[in-house]
Design a protein around this ligand. Structure first.
Ligand code: SAH
Ligand code: SF4
Ligand code: F3S
Length: 487
């Protein structure tokens, strides 16, 4: 039974239904019940951020939300294609939704995001229960697509845009802790890393209007949020052309005849909203991160001392095959600049891929030796998964056997754990400013927050509150967490 959400008297039974509204024509008195949407997200933070945009669009069009799939009229799954495993997870989930659809054939199942974009109409052939497919730039069209489904058709929009940034849409924060939020500052990616599907699923890179970014961050701060993370696949190539924006208050950089706002300038503008608002960003690309960004971090106490700088491999030959456009030496020089300008306490994390096409044992050892030189605080580590349509799939053979890929992966994971522990031990007896995000998962007597370098810190609750800052003396650690007490 659907719950009655709205009880509205003024219904013209002769007109067509508004999108998102179910008319209860059986009742003695007409009522309007908003259709309920359930959304589940996979993949990177940008995808989670997109689900908040989709929710905003849906609410504007008269739909409501539910956090139970069984209770929904529309089930959306916002998908990721980055590795084969990510797609398998989505397919398994779709199979589970099948049982819901069997019980309630009226339910609409929509696939959004990167897998929708990659497979397009093929998805409808492969997954019979899917009614709607919408790529990352087609979310404004979802209400129309739902109408098509209502009219008995399957609906698809996987058009990729060169302009869409959803700048004017206020995301509806989902699963928010009320303290930290993500803000998309750009979409797409113009790099062509040979292993990566993102340029195909997210299209060309475009930057969002800085005014709308500042507005969103300011609103979040007013609502009590104390941390924003600026998101993009390659934030260092953020570039907003001043020609599109005659606002003289913007810090405009002149480059030849071109006027534009750079990432470093955007970062500073967000940092100036309020000293109590922490600013983070992700992801930086080693070929593009500038000293200007590093000095901007140094100048602004509220820009966090943490850089996610994915290296992918320690071997220059593999980096060339990956089309990362930097080599080992370039990467290590960037690390030296970071340590020189921001000091050794700056948190540095990475992404790494083992077993890329033709990677030799020596080249794998080069990744381990690079790790020894840098000592990352944290890394996301994967074994190579060939993605159809990418440069690597076309040009190189996926010739490292799965056992070797996994063994190499395990070796870098073990190395990373040693380094994470060592780096955390270096924090003992230091005083860290922690932004409190909530209770520790294990006990309500303890609070959980993060320091500037993005490390999780656990400490006894005392009188401290979520959303405030505490100065915590670090007294112990594991590889994953710092422990301490607030002073
Ligand atoms: N824009 C970011 C990365 C986004 S994807 C950057 O350039 O660093 C996140 C990570 O997934 C990548 O850094 C990479 O380590 C991993 N990844 C991407 N494609 C992959 C593939 N085909 N197989 C395994 N890992 C992959
Ligand atoms: Fe993929 Fe490379 Fe773009 Fe990152 S920079 S999203 S790895 S193509
Ligand atoms: Fe996955 Fe798409 Fe993000 S492929 S990692 S959800 S950009």
């Amino acid at each position: 039974m659907r719950k009655l959400i709205a009880d509205i008297d003024i219904v013209d039974q002769s007109t067509e239904n508004e999108p998102g509204i179910i008319q209860n024509n059986d009742a003695s008195r007409p009522v309007l019940i908003p259709k309920k949407m359930y959304i589940e997200s996979y993949g990177c933070q940008m995808n989670f951020s997109d689900s908040e945009i989709v929710t905003s669009i849906m609410l504007k069009h008269g739909f409501s939300t539910t956090d139970t799939a069984e209770d929904a009229d529309i089930i959306f799954i916002n998908t990721c294609s980055i590795r084969e495993k990510a797609e398998q997870t989505v397919r398994r989930r779709l199979a589970q939704f099948n049982s819901i659809k069997k019980k309630n054939p009226g339910v609409t199942i929509g696939v959004l995001g990167c897998m929708a974009e990659r497979l397009k109409t093929k998805l409808l052939e492969e997954e019979k229960i899917v009614d709607l497919v919408a790529g990352p730039d087609a979310y404004r069209d979802i209400p129309n697509l739902l109408q098509e489904v209502e009219d008995g058709q399957k609906a698809v929009n996987t058009f990729l845009s060169r302009e869409e940034t959803y700048a004017d849409i206020s995301p509806v924060r989902l699963n928010s802790n009320g303290v930290s939020a993500f803000i998309s500052i750009m979409r797409g990616c113009d790099n062509m890393c040979s292993f990566c599907v993102v340029p195909f699923t997210r299209g060309r890179e475009r930057s969002r209007d800085p005014h709308s970014i500042i507005q969103e961050a300011t609103d979040l701060f007013k609502k009590g949020f104390r941390e924003v993370t600026l998101l993009g696949q390659n934030v260092d190539s953020y570039k907003w052309s001043a020609e599109e924006s005659p606002d003289t208050k913007l810090p405009i950089k002149k480059h030849g005849t071109e006027n534009f706002v750079t990432f470093a300038q955007l970062l500073e503008m967000v940092a100036r909203i309020d000293p109590m608002l922490r600013v983070r960003f992700s992801t930086s690309h080693p070929k593009d991160i500038t000293d200007e960004v590093l000095y901007t971090i140094k100048r602004n106490q509220n820009i966090c001392n943490y850089i996610h700088l994915p290296v992918q491999s320690g071997s220059s030959r593999i980096l060339k095959l990956m089309n990362r456009t930097y080599n080992r030496e370039w990467y290590l020089a960037k690390i030296s600049s970071i340590k020189e300008i921001l000091g050794d306490e700056c948190g540095i994390s990475s992404d790494m891929i083992t077993g890329f096409c033709s990677e030799t044992e020596e080249e794998h050892q080069e990744t381990l030796s690079l790790m020894n030189e840098v000592k990352f605080d944290f890394s996301y580590m994967f074994h190579y998964s060939e993605r159809p349509g990418t440069l690597a799939a076309k040009k190189y053979q996926d010739d490292i056997n799965p056992g070797t890929k996994k063994r190499r992966l395990q070796e870098i994971i073990t190395k990373q754990q040693e380094h994470s522990l060592e780096r955390n031990q270096g924090s003992i007896n230091q005083l860290h400013q922690v932004l409190i995000e909530g209770y520790s998962k294990r006990s309500k007597d303890f609070l959980r927050g993060r320091n500037s370098a993005n490390k999780v810190v656990i400490f006894p609750k005392g009188n401290h509150q979520k959303g405030s800052y505490a100065n915590v003396l670090i007294t112990g650690c594991s590889a994953a967490t710092l422990l301490g007490s607030a002073i």
